[in-house]
Design a protein around this ligand. Structure first.
Ligand SMILES: *[C@@H]1O[C@H](CO)[C@@H](O)[C@H](O)[C@H]1NC(C)=O
Ligand SMILES: *[C@@H]1O[C@H](CO)[C@@H](O)[C@H](O)[C@H]1NC(C)=O
Ligand SMILES: *[C@@H]1O[C@H](CO)[C@@H](O)[C@H](O)[C@H]1NC(C)=O
Ligand SMILES: *[C@@H]1O[C@H](CO)[C@@H](O)[C@H](O)[C@H]1NC(C)=O
Ligand SMILES: *[C@@H]1O[C@H](CO)[C@@H](O)[C@H](O)[C@H]1NC(C)=O
Ligand SMILES: *[C@@H]1O[C@H](CO)[C@@H](O)[C@H](O)[C@H]1NC(C)=O
Ligand SMILES: *[C@@H]1O[C@H](CO)[C@@H](O)[C@H](O)[C@H]1NC(C)=O
Length: 343
């Protein structure tokens, strides 16, 4: 990556679905910085000569190729099932192919329109309920599956909390291969910090849209690895926190990635400088290439926005220009002016 772009306000066209199967030229693809060799890039779709091809919604060849990539094993994942163990919506993961765990398999769990209220109890070690041993003497066996799960789709359930996807006591992350996570249309009111940002995670798509998050930990909005799309659309997010006092490692770069915050209640651009304990926002721009999408928002155009506007000027010629579509709500003298026009 030659340039680190801090582009924070934009609106992107996500019309094209490149996972369609018409690709003619597919080649093996190893994204830099990611330890995986199972991706195939469709080079028809990503122009290697164009540094900032936004045709598919992902700027840059590297990002475009990775996020629109297919996998060699696509379609061959084995399905695991959800088995309820209580009327309150607790569940366990079961393999319908009894005790046929095979470490050359990849697994997925799809459980849509259900009544799960929690992440399954045998995911990592979050549920200490001693009765689990009664329900499933083999609950500990599920550990070996977690290293091979590539897709989780729990959309439209009643989940209230997203637990850390790793062992709390060791931070060993078991979901290193998870690529798609969809928990949209649940009732999530809280998420543990750093759910999606462990350095060992390789999550490409995460959908937390249509939930009830009021507050978002900043460590759930970006990660050191590339991440294609994180979706917090239609929550009630008002503010950002940093519960663990996370600080940026200045020897690393973060992203690239894209995070959507459409239809929330954010009135003020997050004060990233103080949230992350930085000396200036410019420092942040050097390390960070996440796009936070706040379009069609009504922001307060107060002093919090000022340093961002200044950076906006610097980045104007790169990516900023076409995507700037944000209006001020306050102060009254700026009401309904485009933030863009304030410079
Ligand atoms: C990369 O992945 C391989 C196999 O999955 C593993 O053996 C190796 O330790 C990983 N390397 C790093 C640096 O994570
Ligand atoms: C595991 O799966 C691989 C590939 O499908 C197969 O070759 C191998 O025999 C399986 N091993 C067991 C123990 O079933
Ligand atoms: C699961 O627990 C049983 C009994 O407590 C033990 O025999 C078995 O080795 C454990 N399996 C794993 C994968 O830890
Ligand atoms: C950490 O959690 C694992 C898995 O639940 C457990 O086997 C281990 O004993 C725990 N270690 C400590 C220090 O609590
Ligand atoms: C959630 O987002 C992912 C990735 O953007 C997408 O594949 C999935 O269809 C979305 N889910 C819903 C319910 O729209
Ligand atoms: C976010 O998810 C919603 C569905 O819940 C979907 O309509 C929307 O297109 C997604 N946005 C992005 C940017 O993926
Ligand atoms: C960052 O890199 C510098 C120079 O390579 C090194 O001296 C320093 O220890 C590194 N800091 C961290 C936190 O890794």
């Amino acid at each position: 990556m030659t340039q680190y772009i801090c582009m924070m306000i934009l609106m992107m066209p996500f019309g094209v679905n490149c996972e369609a199967n018409q690709c003619q030229r597919r080649q093996r693809w190893s994204p830099s910085g990611l330890n995986r060799t199972d991706l195939l890039c469709c080079t028809d779709d990503c122009d290697s000569n164009e540094d900032y091809s936004t045709a598919l919604g992902y700027p840059g060849f590297e990002h475009c190729c990775t996020c629109n990539s297919q996998t060699e094993w696509s379609g061959q994942e084995k399905a695991l099932l959800i088995e309820y163990i209580s009327a309150s919506g607790k569940s366990l993961v079961v393999d319908p192919d009894i005790s046929r765990f095979n470490d050359s398999n990849l697994y997925k769990i799809e459980h849509l329109y259900g009544v799960m209220t929690e992440i399954p109890s045998d995911v990592c070690d979050w549920d200490k309920d001693p009765r689990l041993k009664v329900f499933s003497p083999h609950a500990n066996e599920s550990i070996k599956y977690w290293l091979h799960i590539v897709q989780i789709d729990f959309r439209s359930n009643k989940i209230r909390k997203v637990e850390s996807l790793h062992f709390k006591n060791t931070t060993i992350n078991l979901l290193t291969q998870l690529r798609h996570l969809d928990v949209s249309y649940n009732q999530i009111v809280s998420m543990d910090p750093a759910c999606i940002s462990q350095p060992t995670q390789n999550l490409f798509f995460a959908n937390f849209s249509h939930n009830k998050l009021r507050e978002l930990d900043i460590t759930n909005a970006f990660t050191v690895n590339l991440i294609c799309r994180v979706n917090y659309t239609s929550n009630i997010i008002e503010n950002f926190v940093n519960a663990l006092g996370f600080t940026l490692d200045k020897n690393k770069t973060y992203g690239p990635g894209y995070v959507s915050f459409h239809q929330n209640k954010i009135e003020r651009f997050p004060d990233l400088t103080s949230l992350l304990g930085l000396s200036s926002l410019a420092e942040f721009g050097q390390l960070f290439s996440f796009e936070f999408d706040f379009d069609d928002y009504q922001l307060n155009c107060d002093c919090y926005l000022e340093p961002i506007l200044r950076m906006g000027q610097e980045l104007k010629d790169v990516l900023w220009r076409n995507y700037f579509n944000i209006y001020c709500a306050n102060p009254p003298s700026f009401k309904n002016k485009k933030v863009h026009s304030l410079n």
